[in-house]
Ligand binder design. Sequence first.
Ligand SMILES: [Zn+2]
Ligand SMILES: [Zn+2]
Ligand SMILES: [Zn+2]
Ligand SMILES: [Zn+2]
Length: 286
Amino acid sequence: MESEDEFDMQDANASAEEDDFYSGGDDDAAPAYAFDSDDADVADYEFIDNDSDDSDDLVSNRHQRQEEDITRISTVLSISKVAASILLRFYNWSVSKVHDEWFADEERVRKAVGLLEKPAVQFPDGEEMTCGICFENYPSDRLLAAACGHPFCSSCWTGYISTAINDGPGCLMLRCPDPSCGAAVGQDMIYLLSSDEDKVKYNRYFIRSYVEDNRKTKWCPAPGCDYAVDFVVGSGNYDVTCRCSYSFCWNCTEEAHRPVDCDTVAKWVLKNSAESENMNWYGSRS
Ligand SMILES: [Zn+2]
Ligand SMILES: [Zn+2]
Ligand SMILES: [Zn+2]
Ligand SMILES: [Zn+2]
């Protein structure tokens, strides 16, 4: 009886090993891009997991601050919110950078970002016009254009925008389909012409760009933690606590160390790692 059990177990182990061997072989044979796309899916999923939780204070604060930054730039520069968000995205969500660049040379900034002051061509009013993509003729009320005035039919726009959104975060800096034109395509137009599914994707890129670009938001340095942590400017100290309960210094990302300053901590860390190396060396000699 005992030997029979043993035999069964060995048999089970053997077949498990066999499975491992075969699946291992399959993995090796799989083309490299399969792994890449897997990784992308995982990253996407984790992102949704963290950021779709709108009830969370940190996340909603972050959305709110993104809105506040857009509103501030829109007010100070006297431009639309759509234009303000294009500018902020272009300058990595730095309000001060947008401000400085704009007032140093507005014309240059407008050109770089694709915010035209007046149309490049007169949008055809009340006439029949040819769509620049499919070359079909349409009455002007079935054609749409970005600020530049280059007319395309709505189904060509829809396809153009959908392709851009599904290509990745580059859709945040979408330009007019006319190859000679750099006019920015605003969020209003993208929302007007996107499917609900694409709108969700676009929004995700939009919010994510804020998290990744904005120095007021950092990824938690705790090993294995995927949360982004916000820093409230003017809170008086650099200690922040992640939702994973890890507390760290915003400035140097070492463990929270108030009231000791970051320089002193850096020296400690250096000294400690040097000492532990010495200890290991003595330890191995004794
Ligand atoms: Zn068309
Ligand atoms: Zn154009
Ligand atoms: Zn964390
Ligand atoms: Zn510090």
